[in-house]
Design a protein around this ligand. Sequence first.
Ligand code: F0G
Length: 446
Amino acid sequence: MVEEIYQSTKEEREKWIEEKDYNLFNLESEKVFIDLLTDSGTGAMSDKQWAEIMTGDESYAGSRSFHQLKNTVNKITGFDYLLPTHQGRAAENVLFSALVKEGDVVPGNSHFDTTKGHIEFRKAHAIDCTIDEAFDSEIIHPFKGNIDLNKLEKVYKEYGKEKIPFTLITITCNSSGGQPVSIENIRNVRELSNQYQIPVFFDGARFAENAYFIKEREEEFKNDTIKEIVLEMFSNGDGMTMSSKKDGLVNIGGFIALNDKELYQKCGNFGIIYEGFLSYGGLAGRDLAALSQGLDEATEYSYLKSRISQVEYLGNKLIEYGIPIQQPIGGHAIFIDAVKFLPNISREEFPAQTLGIELYKEGGIRGVEIGTILADRDPETRENRYPKLELLRLAIPRRTYLQSHMDYIAACLKNLFDRRHEISSGYEITWEADILRHFTVKLKKK
Ligand code: F0G
């Protein structure tokens, strides 16, 4: 598909963003020239996926498309049981309804915000056990999504299996910059968790990109296919939640895949009330069929190489300009260190959000704040939580933009970087929701 985009003027953009309370989520998409808000559901489907859309089976129960997807998920992940859901957070809702109760703790590498939201909504706690290197944007480490085993064991010792329903490994780790987790680390987490009898689940939203980095960076796997690596990764877990809008290469969808029949049945009950019958989970038959094809394409090396190289191309240009970004460059996005980019803006004035607004005004480019606004307030003290990193994420949609778009983005950022010392004030919140405030927050200039 080819879509027309409109190049607005700086004056127009200044007016539009003020009208929208300086929240980039509030902008109509026509007012955005290059949309890097997310890589979720924003990619282009292939000819073969569109063919599947035409032949999907829309039976309410037991459709052919469901069985096709179930076979693909089994072939790719190794998990036996499949529950489709309408997107990733719905998979979290269904799985956590079955597993997480008040007072529990769920350790892992940095949980994504909806994941943390679903845990905290149940009055449980998400505990971040990511390695320390992840939080220094300049340290080069091949697997910055890795879990620190000492931190994890400390949590296991403190809470034990009664309070820990599972450990969650998010691949790739979105919150620490789209950074991968190595198989070595996954195996070690599995071993430690076995000792403490704690199940291991994956948040697999970008599992194929994770496998690509393993092939490129982990010696043992350099000659393996992506599909072989994916099977090896998931063989260390009891199940997974999936946002198919990322590495499923579809515009909507999610699923839970599991090994345990009893847990599948328990989740199935929640699936039916929240999502729909077991064989469609809030999706049309054609969505399931397109996803089956998408999963197959996303786990091909040639696709992953072109996708991740495009992200790298943009990142390398920014590095060349001296712009501080999270390194090594992640799989789905460039993460700009906003505290370093805007030295005159204090943490209280939201530097990453400020940078996002400036970039929109500069070039009509929409990124997203991964910083203090996203981090929400502490559920008990209601104080702002200041995460270790204050990032502006530029997520690159799959199979959508060209190299010339990347050049344009880099040029706009360079212009901003050259005049960064002139940007001397940030924003304050005038209204916010109790949870997941970043979607609807209202701001005004300081
Ligand atoms: N897990 C991870 C790692 C994610 O990045 C997301 C979504 C989800 C779960 C939830 O999936 O959106 O299908 O409900 N991330 C998007 C993003 C929204 O922009 O990073 P969903």
